[in-house]
Design a binder for this molecule. Structure first.
Ligand SMILES: *[C@@H]1O[C@H](CO)[C@@H](O)[C@H](O)[C@H]1NC(C)=O
Ligand SMILES: *[C@@H]1O[C@H](CO)[C@@H](O)[C@H](O)[C@H]1NC(C)=O
Ligand SMILES: *[C@@H]1O[C@H](CO)[C@@H](O)[C@H](O)[C@H]1NC(C)=O
Ligand SMILES: *[C@@H]1O[C@H](CO)[C@@H](O)[C@H](O)[C@H]1NC(C)=O
Length: 435
């Protein structure tokens, strides 16, 4: 009796302290306690391999992140075989969720000669297997900036197929409904077709659970309209799943004041967007860091990191950027809507039609998704009308993503084409079928 009571008491305590899980409902995220969730995140990839293995380092970083109100980190690559328990617990204790890219070090979906095969599927599944059990795992990305060229849209069906298959795997294993989404480079010419394509169609099992945008269009003394954020909101206001900024923090006009955060979490934008993630935690050659682990060292010195930037130790704010971000976030705490009061109304957007217009390109027609193992083949006989996609509007103002790719951080590596001649793309525009 007594021990039963004790067990109950402990179970009760555990329940009280566990971090609520995150789910997507309609176009918003909610905690399992029924509150709307806004991402206040930081990109966190200290080392090229797996930043969630060094428990001591996680603790040092989590403590400082917590001080400025961070509730999310984004990690681009992990080793699914590693032991992540301690780091995940440390971040959970700090109230910090993980948004994790599923592709491992060499399994990302390629823009050139795209394919989605069994090797990739199994690698993604392993990452899901390794992380689904953590309550502070908020969401998975099936890709980061797969499409970086203005005309790279032929790989979009492979991205969507990956989301379909990982959602289906998640459900078949009985995992909780962890949202599965995509993180896009901000390519003006594909807006809003890419986001619409990934969410279109009558079968939501085949669509992404959320869309996220890496955008560097708010630089220096910008504004809601100058940056094009107003247009992003316009494009997303009827979007059926959550949308947020998965990288931001233009650094071309230093110091950064992160004034865009006030817009993101302000009234206008927070009704449509679910927050933002700042690029990035660690200072390295690309100069986006908000902390450093000490001064740069001579890369030639013993044990020096290849770029000379220390990759572990006590995090020291890079000011004024760190302090500026902290000041912004302190005042920005939207509460949104309670899940119980929220009735989603948005429906899936129409699938964009093929168009090869100069300022508005979408080279996919319809919503045919490849099965696992499919490659594509361009069709010489195909003729396509250049119908204008509904809802398309290219403002020509937003700058294409200048996603940082230098340093050890893993913006998605853009690989060279192998095998498949890229020339085919130019000649045999667009139409392809699955083999
Ligand atoms: C999948 O594609 C990769 C290249 O990206 C290749 O190395 C691998 O062998 C392929 N797997 C299968 C099962 O065909
Ligand atoms: C929806 O898509 C899933 C995944 O491809 C499939 O298993 C299911 O049969 C589809 N449902 C309908 C009604 O077509
Ligand atoms: C950012 O830092 C600069 C330099 O310290 C300061 O002048 C400015 O007021 C700060 N901006 C914000 C929004 O905190
Ligand atoms: C895509 O753009 C590249 C240049 O960036 C060009 O070589 C290629 O032909 C284009 N492909 C299509 C399908 O237009």
């Amino acid at each position: 009796m007594r021990s039963a009571l004790l067990t109950c008491a402990i179970a009760g305590l555990t329940a009280v302290h566990a971090i609520p899980t995150i789910k997507a409902k309609g176009s918003k995220f909610f905690t399992s306690e029924g509150n709307q969730f806004f991402v206040k995140g930081i990109a966190y990839q200290l080392v090229p391999d797996d930043p969630l293995l060094d428990a001591k380092q996680c603790k040092l970083d989590a403590d400082l992140m917590k001080e400025i109100g961070t509730n999310s980190i984004r990690v681009y690559h992990v080793d699914p075989e590693g032991d992540h328990d301690e780091c995940m617990k440390t971040f959970e204790d700090a109230g910090i969720y993980l948004w994790l890219d599923l592709d491992t070090f060499d399994t990302q979906i390629e823009q050139n000669s795209p394919h989605w095969n069994e090797t990739q599927l199994q690698a993604f599944q392993k990452v899901m297997d390794g992380f689904h059990q953590y309550d502070n795992l908020a969401g998975f990305f099936v890709g980061n900036e797969v499409i970086t060229k203005e005309n790279g849209t032929l790989s979009a069906p492979f991205v969507k197929a990956a989301a379909r298959d990982l959602k289906s795997y998640r459900d078949s294993k009985g995992y909780r409904k962890i949202p599965v989404g995509y993180s896009a480079a901000d390519i003006a010419i594909n807006r809003p077709m890419l986001q619409n394509f990934l969410a279109c169609g009558s079968n939501s099992s085949e669509s992404i659970d959320f869309f996220a945008l890496n955008t560097y269009s708010w630089c220096g003394d910008s504004s809601y309209s100058t940056s094009g954020y107003n247009k992003r909101v316009e494009e997303a206001k009827d979007y059926p799943v959550p949308i947020f900024i998965s990288e931001t923090g233009c650094n071309t006009v230093p110091p950064r004041d992160f004034a865009d955060q006030a817009a993101v979490f302000g009234k206008q934008m927070s009704e449509v967007y679910s927050g933002a993630m700042v690029y990035e935690w660690i200072q390295e050659a690309n100069n986006y860091g908000i902390i450093s682990y000490g001064p740069k060292v001579d890369p030639e010195s013993p044990n020096a990191p290849p770029d000379g930037f220390p990759r572990s130790g006590k995090p020291t704010p890079v000011d004024p950027d760190f302090a500026n971000l902290s000041k912004q976030w302190k005042t920005l705490n939207p509460t949104g809507i309670k899940e119980s009061d929220y009735k989603p109304t948005a429906t899936a957007p129409a699938c964009p039609s093929y168009t090869s217009a100069a300022e508005l390109q979408w080279l996919v027609n319809g919503n045919d998704l490849p099965t696992v193992g499919a490659t594509y083949q361009a069709s010489a006989s195909a003729t396509q009308s250049s119908a204008t996609p509904t809802g398309g509007s290219n403002n020509g103002e937003g700058q294409p993503s200048a996603t940082p790719k230098q340093g050890l951080s893993p913006g998605s590596p853009v690989r060279e084409v192998q095998g498949m001649g890229l020339g085919l793309f130019g000649v045999l525009l667009g139409f392809f079928w699955w083999m």
